[in-house]
Design a protein around this ligand. Structure first.
Ligand SMILES: NC(=O)C1=CN([C@@H]2O[C@H](COP(=O)(O)OP(=O)(O)OC[C@H]3O[C@@H](n4cnc5c(N)ncnc54)[C@H](OP(=O)(O)O)[C@@H]3O)[C@@H](O)[C@H]2O)C=CC1
Ligand SMILES: O=C(O)C(=O)[C@@H](O)[C@H](O)C(=O)CO
Length: 280
């Protein structure tokens, strides 16, 4: 087993592993097998969502791993169609039922869906669910600074985490600075850049050679050194092990800067600008 990732303390005092497993598209028996392999390899954070349709499989993987529930950090996300207060409460209760667990470690609002205009209601629901103890930490995903302002104005509660698209072609310099200023932990979705991963780009390939690691490990180590929590998805046990094994080497400041320099103005993977991209 690889040593589990170290942890960060969130703004509410709870701990979050510094790296986790993205579980989108890990479903059915194959998905459960892949998630069990990850837990056996040392992963302690699983990232799911109502819209992934696999919360039942995630819960099954945790049980099948034999790990005590409290050793695994479970994240889920409220979908856009559940933003009204009562719907949001029911959505989280539904996630708990499907996962067959008493609490979530981190509950996020998946997308702000600004044209619907109800994300602040969903946030109020999360604040109340946290007080009830059904969710330990509460956060958001794909929120802009204006969306963050709105939920804080509504409740006075600052999200613990904002999960955003972040990879070398889209390093989110501005959002990371916003998070730093507000005490919000950045979590990175599609941290490798999915299938458009820049493994062959010189700053990545050169650092891989220098440190005797793979390009994927360089990108994930870059994520860690930015202070972000990457959640790479892999169904492949050897890649799962590789992706978790990024805490034994350090990139130089120049290497980090060179990878961040791969940023492109149009670097988003599929145009997921949360001002306009909405998911129900
Ligand atoms: N909040 C949000 O709106 C969003 C959240 N997410 C979350 O982020 C997670 C990760 O994002 P995802 O879009 O899957 O993208 P990733 O950047 O994690 O890339 C996953 C892809 O890379 C492959 N891969 C993984 N490790 C390696 C490696 N070391 N070398 C080469 N290829 C590798 C995987 O293949 P294989 O499985 O075959 O190994 C898979 O095809 C999701 O699972 C989900 O939890 C994602 C999108 C949006
Ligand atoms: O994976 C997620 O969390 C998503 O929000 C996805 O639906 C993502 O937006 C996507 O893959 C769209 O093609």
């Amino acid at each position: 087993m690889t040593t589990p990732a170290p942890t960060y303390t969130l703004n509410d005092g709870h701990e979050i592993p510094a790296l986790g497993l993205g579980c989108y598209q890990l479903d059915g028996e194959e998905g459960v097998t892949a998630m069990v392999a990850a837990l056996e390899a040392g992963y302690r954070l699983l990232d799911t969502a109502v819209n992934y349709g696999n919360e039942g499989d995630v819960g099954e993987a945790v049980r099948r791993s034999g790990l005590p529930r409290e050793e695994v950090f479970l994240t889920s996300k409220i979908p856009g169609r559940h933003h009204a207060y009562d719907e949001a409460v029911a959505s989280v209760r539904g996630s708990l039922e499907t996962l067959r667990t008493d609490y979530l470690d981190l509950q996020l609002i998946h997308w702000p869906n600004p044209s619907v205009g109800l994300f602040a209601e969903a946030w109020r629901a999360l604040v109340d669910l946290q007080a009830e103890g059904l969710v330990r930490s509460i956060g958001v995903s794909n929120f802009t600074p204006a969306h963050l302002d709105r939920v804080v104005e509504e409740t006075g509660v600052v999200p613990a985490v904002n999960q955003v698209e972040l990879h070398p072609y889209f390093p989110q310099e501005q959002m990371r600075a916003e998070h730093e200023r507000r005490g919000i932990r950045t979590e990175s979705w599609s941290p490798l850049g999915k299938r458009q991963a820049p493994y062959g780009e010189a700053p990545v390939a050169d650092a891989a050679r220098t440190h005797g690691v793979t390009p994927g490990q360089v990108i994930l180590r870059w994520q860690v050194q930015l202070g972000a929590v990457p959640i790479p998805k892999s169904a492949t046990p050897s890649r799962q092990v590789e992706n978790l094994d990024v805490f034994g080497f350090t990139l130089t400041d120049d290497e980090v800067a060179a990878i961040s320099g791969l940023a492109r103005p149009d670097g988003r993977l599929f145009g997921g600008d949360p001002e306009v991209h909405e998911e129900m």
